[in-house]
Design a protein around this ligand. Structure first.
Ligand code: IVH
Length: 322
């Protein structure tokens, strides 16, 4: 192959990867299709063919590398960079106000504002990106140590194999970027799977969460491919925490980086506003595509949030049961 032709192939491969990544980004983050599925499949096919002819151009973050690899003999335990915490339960307005009073005492001079999101009923997972490329996916485990499920997570289309570049996201790509979120199975996909199992006379799956958890803990990634799982993010970590001033900012940046976040999530100025938000979701939550488990309430300002964390066992986050 002449040098020039090889250079043209390399350029075409880069172009194909970019277009396929843009398609994935628009579809999963913005719920928008920039081309038909058939057109996207055609481009993926062309990329597979070119990479087969020129394997030296294959990179780990290529969209062709979502294919299931060989089964693992066992999962490897990996420590989390920072603990994956749990929540304090709050059941009504009175308890929420008591929680606010407790934390306000710890930071008497700060104006507390909040960030609320739907609590998804799934399986927590941390994705670690090194210089923008997916390096590891780790289950929550006991919060300190989880299991390396990278092979399985790579097969999920909603997990970017490389972070999305925009002008705003660029400073968040070099070095280590960690994205945490929930793996959920949509209610309608779960019902469809069970319908098929019923027809086949197979035992039914109990609920979407157990099925999602069971699927992610499969040693054979081929079993993950047929199971429709979605990754929805809720946290972004960087070494320099000051780069992410608020949880509202984290959500906006997660979108820029190519992740789906719940668009219902909202910054709120007071516990009164939090309760109003909670009430508004009491009924509406049933219309969401996934099962929910209440609301997660965080202090919006992450500097204050971190300060609260080092004061004894003070709760930093709250879960409202709705
Ligand atoms: S924020 C304390 N936001 O809830 C860490 N967590 O008991 C909370 N979860 O296992 C992080 N939806 O995986 C946050 N919108 C959301 C969430 C969420 C579900 C899970 C999380 C964790 C559990 C906390």
């Amino acid at each position: 192959m002449k040098k020039l032709a090889k250079k043209a192939v390399a350029e075409r491969i880069v172009k194909l990867r970019n277009v396929i990544n843009d398609y994935r980004y628009e579809y999963h983050v913005n719920n928008r299709s920039i081309m038909s599925e058939a057109a996207a499949d055609g481009l993926k096919h062309e990329l597979v063919e070119l990479e087969a002819q020129f394997p030296e151009f294959i990179t780990i973050d290529s969209p062709t590398q979502r294919v299931a690899g060989e089964p693992l003999p066992q999962f490897i335990s990996v420590p989390h960079s920072r603990p994956m915490l749990s929540l304090n339960d709050v059941f009504d307005e009175q308890e929420l106000r008591a929680w606010e009073q407790r934390i306000q005492k710890l930071v008497p001079n700060e104006k507390l504002t909040y960030f609320a999101d739907i609590k998804m009923d799934g399986l927590a997972c941390a994705l670690v990106y090194e210089n923008g490329v997916l390096a590891r996916a780790i289950t929550r485990g006991n919060g300190t140590v989880g299991e390396d499920v990278t092979q399985n997570l790579r097969t999920l289309e909603s997990v970017p194999l490389r972070l999305h570049h925009t002008k705003a996201s660029l400073p968040f790509i070099a070095g280590i970027t960690e994205v945490r979120g929930e793996i959920v199975m949509h209610k309608k996909d779960f019902a469809k799977l069970n319908e098929t199992r019923q027809k086949q006379g197979l035992p039914l799956f109990a609920n979407p969460r157990n099925l999602a958890a069971g699927t992610i803990r499969q040693l054979d990634p081929k079993l993950v491919v047929g199971r429709p799982l979605n990754f929805r993010s809720y946290d972004l970590l960087r070494e320099r925490s000051a780069d992410i001033p608020t949880n509202e900012f984290a959500y906006a940046m997660l979108r820029e980086l190519g992740f789906l976040v719940n668009k219902q999530a909202k910054a709120l100025n007071s516990t009164t506003a939090v309760m109003k938000f909670a009430k508004s979701w009491e009924e509406k939550r049933h219309g969401l595509p996934f099962n929910t488990d209440g609301l997660v309430i965080k202090v919006n300002n992450r500097r204050i949030f971190a300060e609260l964390g080092v004061v004894g066992k003070a709760p930093r986050l709250s879960l409202i049961h709705i």
